[in-house]
Design a protein around this ligand. Sequence first.
Ligand code: GLU
Length: 500
Amino acid sequence: MTKKPTRVRFAPSPTGPLHVGGVRTALFNYLFAKKNDGAFVLRIEDTDKKREVEGAEKYILDSLKWCGISVDEGPKIGGEYGPYRQSERNRLYNKEIESLLDSGHAYYAFDSEEELSNQRKECEKKGETFMYNWRNRLELKNSLSMQKKEVEMLISRGEKHVVRFLSPKDKTIETFDIVRGHSRIDSNLIDDKILIKADGTPTYHFANIVDDHHMKITHVIRGEEWLPSLALHQLLYESFGWEKPLFAHLPLILNPSGKGKLSKRSGEKSGFPVFPIKWRGDVSFEGFREFGILPSGLVNYLATLGWTPDEEAEILEITELIKLFELEKVVSAGANFDLEKLKWNNHKHIQNTKDKILVEELCVCFNEAKSLNEKLLIKAVGLVKERANTVKDLWGLLNYLFYDPIKFDEKSVTRIKKEGLEKILSAILLQCKSASGEEVFINDLKAWGEENNIGAGQIMMSLRVVLVGSLNGVDLQKIVSFVGLKNVARRASRFLGTNI
Ligand code: GLU
């Protein structure tokens, strides 16, 4: 038998900005698909129109693109198994629900909200939880308890109704999950879930199964929160007589303390975003991009949440991750989000990234950067990137290469404020005029020091504070060459005028 081509899908609901947990799910699907020469499908699960948020679909597409996760089939891209938005697939759901109704695996239910709520209250009084299933379905208002004629009459009259799944009694459902292995679930714990809502649209469970089947999905890789749905989904496959895909439920991403799921609130508390890129909605949120994280850094870090590559190397590009990825090695334990580790990873990726690209990202973080000369900015980034953990750090590290320092670090100033500082500053000013160029400037200054019995160390420290505003910064010669003697002179005379 020839092996079926691997097809996986990422199936987000467009209810808001995509959380990094969703990005990790998309990434694992993508890595698995590419490792197996398969297809990565994006399906927008937009059946719940009340929860849909404008701009969310575009945000999902933009985020995946920024991360370098390319979609093979999906909305806007197309593909053999489209449309890829569930709201455009109603004809298929209508057809498939008919087949479940015909085979007796689904039935019509006419119970009103009020009736169901009364039932719930009754159960609560007895300390029980209400479940719509074999225990009580014949006492409720549905096509199993009513005469066929009555049912037909109600439907033709346009009476509000839903379609429910007929969950089996006393059956043990044996499930298998690639990450978690085998489990046994008692079907008596599963209620007769609604498959088609009163407005005629499908629920998540129904549309999800129908689409996975029709889109020929071979592996369902999704978040742990969907694990409780696995037994029901498996029953649905069996009811249709369809071969089911293999399932893998990925572990949760936990907040830094390890207590609870990583949420927007817990991210905010720890001072980092939980979205990949900026979200512009009623309320706007920054993403990791604006926080200064590179897509390769984020992707590399997210790949290690729940999976560890069998390789010493920790800094991996997406193409290397594809080669190493093994779904079987994903663990079930939740992974704490560790900002310091992400930053460390990002630092390494900054070193491997072209300066031109870093400048593009820098301009996303700082509008001001856009007005600077691009070539100079690229050069400056190259000079300072060694010390940057984030793209945002770059700005702080290169600022003095473009702007005269306004604030001077007190400790640094104290260290240079010794006898002779005025003399040094005057010499700097003089050398700026007489030196034949930036390359000889420092040597000339040192020679002047020797003649005047002033240590080179003191002179260099003073020059650094004048140029940078502190004792930090890259190699002095590089700074002088970058800013030019005219700027050195201006900074020195300003310093002389304000600090002395
Ligand atoms: N629409 C679901 C979600 O928003 C998809 C779950 C699944 O992958 O089956 O996460």
